[in-house]
Design a protein around this ligand. Structure first.
Ligand SMILES: C[S@@+](CC[C@H](N)C(=O)[O-])C[C@H]1O[C@@H](n2cnc3c(N)ncnc32)[C@H](O)[C@@H]1O
Length: 254
């Protein structure tokens, strides 16, 4: 189960930065055009749409557990759904079960929101046919260290600190070596994993941080403290706001 809530409409409107990162990952997935591909954690469907364009004779299964994201994806992808090109499902990747083995899995900006990578990779492996490919990217070891430490410094003092007494950081920024071992243990025949620093300056920094990157912290605060918290974080980050992304890239063959 997810450890945070998503607002699909806002995400769809302001996720250009995530889309640009995701399109680079999609470019790494070699396709002939007739495959069935799972978009694992499809969000509002921006990358799903680009994936479907690469599959003129193929099919996309777009899966996400957030009702709000699935609603946004249904709106964005309505035409593709009507054509039978894209099938949207709401569900947890940790419980993934597909009726037929599929050719490939694409996943962008999702795996770091899932704590149990052993189980995740086992479910993904089971969904793929032998020789099927997993191409993915998520936050990796060191991801947004600077941004998180500046936010943590703000949250360490009142009036915020009392709301974080029992808070556990929800993300799982895994290292490449450990991820490779987990993929092989889950049954993948080959696995390559590596980190890429990818600092970005989002176009609407306040909304981008509050909705996406610092969403878990913002959601932990009562409504009245959210804007003051964002004011302090933005002041600490200075101008321009740089999100110090470090992405974990995955390429594996089942
Ligand atoms: C940052 S969004 C990424 C969306 C899209 N792939 C992109 O690149 O813009 C992360 C998505 O992962 C989904 N997610 C997180 N944990 C999940 C799980 N266990 N099963 C299915 N979806 C999950 C969230 O609901 C959210 O839509």
């Amino acid at each position: 189960m997810s450890v945070r809530a998503w607002d699909g409409t806002t995400y769809d409107r302001i996720s250009q930065t995530m889309e640009a990162l995701g399109l680079e990952v999609l470019a790494r997935l070699e396709l002939e055009g007739g495959e069935t591909v799972l978009d694992a954690g499809c969000g509002s469907g921006r990358i799903t749409q680009a994936l479907a364009e690469r599959l003129p004779r193929g099919h996309v299964i777009a899966l996400d557990e957030s009702a709000s994201m699935v609603d946004a994806a249904r709106e964005r992808l309505a035409g593709l759904v009507d054509d039978g090109k894209v099938e949207i499902r709401r569900g947890d990747l940790l419980e993934l079960e597909l009726p037929e083995p599929i050719d490939a899995i694409l996943s962008t900006a999702t795996f770091h929101w899932i704590a149990d990578h052993e189980r995740l990779f086992a479910r993904l492996h089971t969904a793929l046919r032998p020789g099927g490919r997993l191409v993915a990217q998520c936050g990796g070891e060191g991801n947004i260290d600077v941004l998180r430490s500046k936010a943590a410094a703000v949250l360490a003092h009142e009036p915020y600190a009392r709301h974080f007494a029992d808070w556990h950081a929800p993300w799982n920024y895994a290292a490449p070596e450990a991820t490779r071992e987990r993929l092989l243990a889950a049954g993948f025949a080959t696995a390559e994993c590596w980190l890429t620093p990818a600092p970005r300056e989002p176009e609407q920094p306040r909304e981008f941080l509050a909705t996406i990157v610092l969403g878990p912290q913002v959601q932990q605060l009562p409504e009245a403290l959210r804007e003051p918290f964002m004011d302090e974080v933005l002041a600490a980050l200075g101008d321009p706001v740089v999100v110090d992304y470090v992405r974990l890239n995955i390429e594996a063959v089942a």
